[in-house]
Every structure is written in structure tokens, then in C-alpha cells.
Ligand binder design. Sequence first.
Ligand code: 4AZ
Length: 840
Amino acid sequence: MRSGKDSIVCHCYCRCPHVILGCSVGASLNGFEEMVEFLPASDTKKVEKMSPKTKLLIAGLVLGALLLSLTVGLLVWHFAYRNVPVQKVYTGYLRVTNYPFINAYENPSSAEFADLSSKVVEMLQKTYQTSPAIGPHFVQCNVTAFSEGSVISYYWSEFSVPTYLEANLDAAMSDLKVQTVTLRQRGALYVDSFVAYSTDPQMARTFRDNKCMFFLHATDGAATKFSSPGFPNAPYPPNSRCQWALRADASHMIVLHFKTFKLESCKASKGDYVNVYDSLTAVEPRIMIKLCGTYPPSYNLTFISSQNVMFVTLVSDDREKHPGFKAEFSQIPRTTLCGGTIRDANGVISSVFFQVPEDKFVKVRFQMFYLYEPGVSITSCPNDYVEINNVRYCGERAPFVVSNNSSKMMVKFRSDQAYVDTGFTAQYLSYEPKNPCPGQFTCKSGRCIDKGRKCDGWNDCGDSSDEVGCVCSDKQFRCKTSQYCKPRFFLCDGVNDCGDGTDEQDCKCPDAFLKCRNGKCVPEAQKCDNTDNCGDGTDESDCGSAKPTDCTAYTYKCQNGQCLNKLNPECDSVADCTDGSDETFCDCGKRPYSRKTRIVGGVNADIGEWPWQVSLQTKKDGHTCGASLVSPTILLCAAHCFQDTSGIRYSDPSVWTAYLGLHDQATRTTSKDVVIRKIKRIAAHKQFNDFTYDNDISVLELESPVTYTDFIQPICIPESTHVFPVGKSIWVTGWGAVTEGGVGAAVLQKAEIRIINQTECNKLLDGQLTSRMICAGYVSGGIDACQGDSGGPLSSVEANGKVYLAGVVSWGEGCARRNKPGIYTKVTEMRDWIKQNAGL
Ligand code: 4AZ
């Protein structure tokens, strides 16, 4: 590459402008003028009559003109693009071995700092001059900090280089070796390691103006606090470039904890972000984490350095305003964090060599496994990994087991300098070689599962070994490639559950036919012809445009009576109704803490993740039902929560208390985020059928309005025409029982489930569904709504980023039983009733 570029450069610089082309073109022109007559193109005879010399001259002229334009083009390209100087900044660090570290080096204003930094600068300048690819482009360099070891010097260097030499400079900088340099009058500087990385020039500029640069040293005992500019009274400024250099005493590590973190939500490019480095400068290979968005207070945003330094940067763009962050750090003595040998029969580990009793085999169960690095292959795992029997494991993995046909096992854990993640927790177990899973089924991986889970259509082992060689039941179908049996309600749900499309292949309509949501096929030509050919409005509700149309049950109705045939037009930031009413009442379904978080065990909700979730309690029973906040005074709930029994008059509003902003039942009276309200009015659906649970919906009015906070927000109520497609991933939340017949959860639980095909679900539930019910089930089994979740929300995150109430937890055959999905009141079917009873 490089040599090719060089040859072009040389050619253009030496030959183009005057000498060669100037002469040859000039000579040809002279000869041409003397002898040639211009001819019309069609005058072929005259051309034919031309002498060979003339023809040669014309050819030469054309060639010359071509060469001239090529030369001009190359010159323009060279001077306009290739030769434009670009500013390059490298940051890095080097180790000076012949100076001991002294405390004064921590203070950039001290004379000692100035003395050593001028030596390092001189050494860098001299070193750069030794390389022809670096020296000519050097502009300036500066030392920003020192740390122990003997003295590590952090610096930046600025260069101005023509675009076409930028790659050469990068290569030369990465190859650069610093030898010991003899300094002017001041002896020598011994340097034994040196790194330089190209960096964002804007970030590097912060070093120079020092406007938002902070140097902090951990103190013994108390944690040292710092925060983004203006926090908590004002948002951090736009276009910020702030840096915090954190230090601890020698032989210590830094523990950094973000107590509040509220930045702009994460964007694919740019956006606001905070980087944490395991270094005293912003060098990419030492980045521990890049943080953006909002983290709930419960999220453990804690990072530990490998040495006694850490570096935090804040970069903001020019859009939106956000509060920022509050952080604190402290120091702990440096320790060796892992390694060892264990000889007990069972236990919990971090990273070690195990040996169980000789007559047993050993296996390791990873309960939590997060060794994720952006852009890194999870098959080769080159950077951070766990290695067992020469197999590497990395990335983000569901619980898994690795077993060994021996009583010994070596589990190695390796992490490199860049990027950190939560890590893993594992348990090691010894097992009888002849009977690894007494009374249970042994998965191929060595994992033990209940025998009843074999051949139930769900991948319980994680490696599908429990679903191999099964005979499918009448509630199941067989996937073609894998031959696994899967629940029939996975058929035609728009999701490729088999992996080979078997479950979706017979669902397609013939060519030129449209598939209706109810399964019917209608000719494409009937789409958007103002006739409901499907019978469920599919062909008339999604016509791509928002053109006013005749009003039907499947068209969206604006407040001015106009109807639209655009699918889910509400709050999509496009005013489709001429009166703009599709974009009003959009202040709902927002989650201040909207980040997808990872929680050990997988089902605890995060604080503030479901801010419309309400706990309805009675004095006698405590938490009894869930509910959803839809306005400052209105909750939506199930009707069956308010059926009187012989003991309590549940239909009496005064029996109930609503807890809003609640996360953990244990803190319902102490948490500052919780707001408590008495209930003023209960309107249960008059047609609620307590035998079939048809029309299972109610409206509750709070005694006084609540103020919205980060933890209390309303969910959006969908219009009657809103479509929640089959197969869509959706969330159910509540404090209900965690097992069938079991006790309720203290911490709010969440489960991701999928909307299930109404016809298939009705088959599974022996025809008990009405059109006012929808089914949703947990894909990998075992989790579902249960007693105590009733009345709570089925929350759907829609394309517009807002969360809509798709259903209200209603009933089910037991809880989390295979092939028995949960049943929810279909809110779209209840839209008019909600309007009449809640005024919303
Ligand atoms: C209940 O008793 C209940 N599996 C709610 C939901 C489900 C079962 C029971 C769904 O409140």
C-alpha cells in the first residue's frame, strides 16, 4: 500500500507541471497548426484522404489533451484533498526508570513536575526527529501527569500531517521505539516502555485549556466525590470535554462508583458518553467501559482499577439537556483477585483449580456469565475469557454447565487491559460418575433438569439435549431440520422458532395474496380498496399513508372525526390527523430508567423500570393486585380484584390503598420514591363474568392526583385500532407468586413473553377465550403471571419508543405450566369502555 502511494506522489511532483507535458504538447500543437484543416465528423472521405503524418498528429493531440486533463485532475486531487494538513494528536504513556516517584509529581504546578516534564518533552522531541515519517510533522507535545512505577509519564503529542501521509505517521508512531536519550546538560533519561495512540483531537484539547480537567487523590476513610459540571442543579453544558484524573496511594487500587448516572440515551454514533480508563490518560486499549443513557440507582455501576490510577472523561454533543452524573471513589490495598486450589466436595468459585474426592467427577455450573466486549468474536474469545479443557467461553451467556470426566478441573479466567464487564459466578459440584443426576435427566452438557421437562418442547438444557429423539404430542409439531417438538402456538406467529422456518412455512399465502392477521388470504389487489376483505381489517388498516378514508372499525379515528388507514399512527411524531389529534396525549409510556439492564437471576425488575406499575393493598391481605397508572388520578385494573367475598368487601374503595413508585415491598413505607394514595372510586366492568372472566377490567380513581417522577409515570392506553402483532415480545410485571401456589415476590418481577396466536391459544385452553382476551406466554417456559399479578400491566414497547398497555393480567390455568399461557384482558377491545368510565 504505502509503496504504491509513494510512486504516484513522486510521479506527480516531478513531472507534471511544466517540463514533460508542457514541451510535448506544445510541439505537437505547432505542427498541427501548420498542416491541419478542421473537418466535420461526417466528412469521412476527407478523413480518408488524410496523410499518415496528419493522423499521427491528431492522435498525438488527443493523447496530449488526455494527459493534460489527467495531470490537472491529479494536481487538483493532490492539493485539494491529499495534501490538506490534518491535525493528529496521540496520547500515551512511557516509563522513566531512572527517577523515583515523589509526591510533588502529582501536582502539575510544582517545580519538580515542570522539571521532569521538560525532560520528557525534550526526550520525545529528540525521538520524533529520528524518524523521517514523524519529525517533519511534529508541532508540540506536553506531559499531563505522572504516576508511580518508577515514574510513568502520561503525555500528548500533536502533529500536522498531509492527509496522504497520515497512515505513514500512524505506522511510524506505533513502531517507534524510545531509546535512552541524552538530554541537554541534564544527563540521561532511561525509558523502557512507550505507547502512543491516535486520539480524538477535541478530547486532547481539554488537556491544553485545562478548563474542565480535575486531578483528585483518594483519601483514607472517606470516599472522594465528584460530579459532572452543574450537577444536580443544572444540566452539563453542550459540547463538553471534561476529564477527571483519579489517583490512589502506591500499592492501592481505585474503586469508582457512579451513584447517579443520567446522560443522553445511547446513540449508534456521537451522543453524550462517559469513558472510564484503567490509566491516567484516555488511551483506547485501556478503556474499561463506555457509559451512556440513564442507569437506575440500583444498578451497580462500580469499577476497580488494576493500578493506583483511573481516568474518567465526559463528552457531550450539542443536543438535548441531561442532568449528568455523581460519582465517588476510594482506595483499597492492591490484591491478587483470583487463583487457588479447592479440595472440598462442593462450593462457590471465582477462578481456580478444583479437585474433588478421587472417586467423583467434577463439574462447574456458571450461574451468571458476562464477559462481553464490544465487537469481539464470541467464538474465538481472544481477549477476556474463561478457559476449561482448552475451550474458551466469553460474551454474555445463559446459565451453563461444563463437566469433566475426572476429579480435577482447571478453570482459567483471563482478562486483558481493555473493557470490563460484570464477570461470572460459578459453582463447582462433584458427581457420581455412574449417576450424574440422581432422579433427574442429565443434559449433554452435564446439567441436571427435572425428568418432566424432557420432550416438553422447551429447551431446558440450554443445549436442546432434552428435546432430542422425542415423540411429539398433539399439542406440538415437529421442526424439520432439528426434529424438535415445539408448542403448536408457535405456528404462524411470525417468529422463526424452529430456526429453519418450518413453523412459519405453511402460513404463507399464495403469491399475489395478502395474509390477514386472522390467517385468511385475500388478493393483494384488495388491499386498501376501502372494503374489509379480511374481516379483521388487516387489508384496510395499513395502507402506508395517512390518507383520510371512510371510517371503519379498523381505521384510526381523529378527534375531528376524520379517519386514517395508517397502522398505529398515534404518537409516531407525524401529525397524520388534520387537527393533529394523533399526536396529542403522548405524554405517557416514558421510562426515565429505560435501559435494558442485566440482573442476576434474570427476573427482578429494575428500580423505575415500570413506573406505571401500582401495588394495590388491603389492610388484611397486604399486596393483593397490580394496577397501571394511566393519568395522575386514574388506575386501570382487573374487575376480578374487586369481587366481594364473605370476609372482605373488596368492592369498597376504602378497603384499598395504592402504592405508586414501589419496587421492594419491604420498603413500601420507608422508600422516598413511593407515593401512597387511598382509592376514591372503583368502576368494575358491569359485564364482568366471574365464571368466564370475560370483560375483566376496572377503573380506579385515586383520592388525590400524584405528581409524575422518575419512578411514577403513566402508561399509554392504545386506541381500539392499535395492533399488537402475534409473536411480539411483551412484558408482564408484578409482585405475584413466584411459583404456583407459592408466596409473592418482595421485589417487583418482570418476564418477557410473546403474544400468542388467538386460535392456537384457544385450542390449548379448550375454547375458553373470548375476543376480549389475549394470550401471552413465556418463550422458554417456566415464567408467567401468577396469583397477585392480576390487574397489573402487560406492557408493550412500541416503535415510537413509548410503552403501551396491551393487556391487564386476568387469569390462567395455574401458573407457568407448559402449554398454558397466561390470559390478559385485551385493552384495545376495552377502549370505548375506558373512555366512558375514566374519561381518557
Ligand atoms: C391470579 O390468580 C392469576 N398464569 C393471574 C394470572 C395467571 C394465573 C393466576 C396466569 O391472579
